[in-house]
Write a protein that binds this ligand. Structure first.
Ligand code: PLP
Length: 306
């Protein structure tokens, strides 16, 4: 996902107009560009050989609507946004896995970092997308020297464009230091999440994940994993997680729309669970893979056919 994208001339939506992506442009003094005043979603759609199925279409737009409200922006209705995304996925008919990127943003040309009296806009485009992180080989991760944004500084619960500078600092540092991904601690020194993923640990047979007050994005994949775990009879707990629990965990994995479910091989040079993928991770990753490709009737409602 961080590689430069090839020219993609697929149909996109920008403030009421349908155009090829290459013909969409914004003035350089757009408020959102100057001040990071936007919020967005990343949505995957999976091609199963016959149909493109959008994963958690409505849930993503419900979250976008909540992000926009928190950031005092006006988004189109959830129904309108779903219809726009569906049309993009359908008309582009790429016959491969794709990623949809809707953004609510301050399109005004006003000067000054303020959220009121600046007009809002909405855009959505798509691009082909394979794996964001290598989900097979096991990730080599580090605890970041950058702290997670706190809810009282820039709420991570609202998926704000400007907030991703925090992620970019952590991810860049991790990669430059030879790691695949960074884990943030929050301002209380507790484990929060990855730069673009939520985190799960397994301790003594119990699945543990930082709770919703840990300055995380309330991930849609996180919720899906909690549902799968419950249905598989795996005990789960959402609670504060201390840094060194990462080093004592039997299994650790990261989840998110982009990364899907990726197991962690080592944290800060300490192998996790002997450096092999653990049994609970295996079961959950397998169940998630079946569900997103529409092979589990039980979870068919997660998907919307385009
Ligand atoms: C900071 C952060 N945390 C967690 C996630 C996972 O969220 P989701 O599963 O809704 O994609 C993402 C991805 O969007 C993210 O950017």
């Amino acid at each position: 996902m961080n590689k430069p994208q090839p020219l993609n001339n697929s149909l996109a939506y920008l403030d009421g107009a349908w155009k090829p992506l290459t013909e969409c442009s914004l003035p350089i003094n757009t408020h959102a560009l100057q001040y990071g005043t936007g919020c967005f979603e990343g949505i995957r759609a999976y091609w199963n050989g016959t149909t493109t199925n959008i994963l958690f279409l409505r849930e993503h737009f419900q979250r976008l609507s909540r992000s926009a409200a928190t950031l005092m922006m006006k988004a189109p209705s959830v129904d309108e946004m779903c219809a726009i995304a569906l049309r993009i996925a359908k008309d582009n008919n790429l016959k491969q896995n794709i990623y949809l990127r809707p953004v609510v943003y301050k399109k005004g040309l006003n000067l000054g970092p303020v959220l009121i009296n600046v007009p809002d806009g909405f855009m959505c485009y798509s691009q082909p997308l394979g794996d964001y992180l290598d989900t097979d080989k096991g990730l080599n991760v580090c605890v970041s020297s950058w702290q997670r944004l706190s809810d009282n500084a820039l709420p991570t619960r609202a998926k704000a464009t400007g907030g991703y500078l925090n992620s970019a600092l952590a991810k860049s540092e991790a990669v430059l230091n030879g790691f695949d991904e960074a884990i943030f601690l929050n301002d209380r020194g507790q484990v929060s999440e990855g730069s673009a993923e939520n985190i799960f640990l397994v301790r003594d047979g119990c699945l543990v994940t930082p709770d919703r007050t840990a300055d995380i994005l309330e991930g849609i994949t996180r919720q899906a994993i909690l549902t799968l775990a419950k249905d598989l009879g795996i005990p789960t707990v959402e609670r504060p997680v201390a840094r060194t629990e990462l080093y004592s965990a039997d299994e650790v994995f990261l989840v998110g729309t982009g990364c899907q479910a990726a197991w962690v091989r080592a944290i800060d040079h300490r192998p996790v669970g002997g450096g092999v993928r653990g049994p609970i991770t295996d079961r959950l990753v397998a169940a998630y893979g079946e569900a997103i490709y529409g092979r589990s009737p039980q979870y068919r409602a997660w998907l919307t056919a385009a």
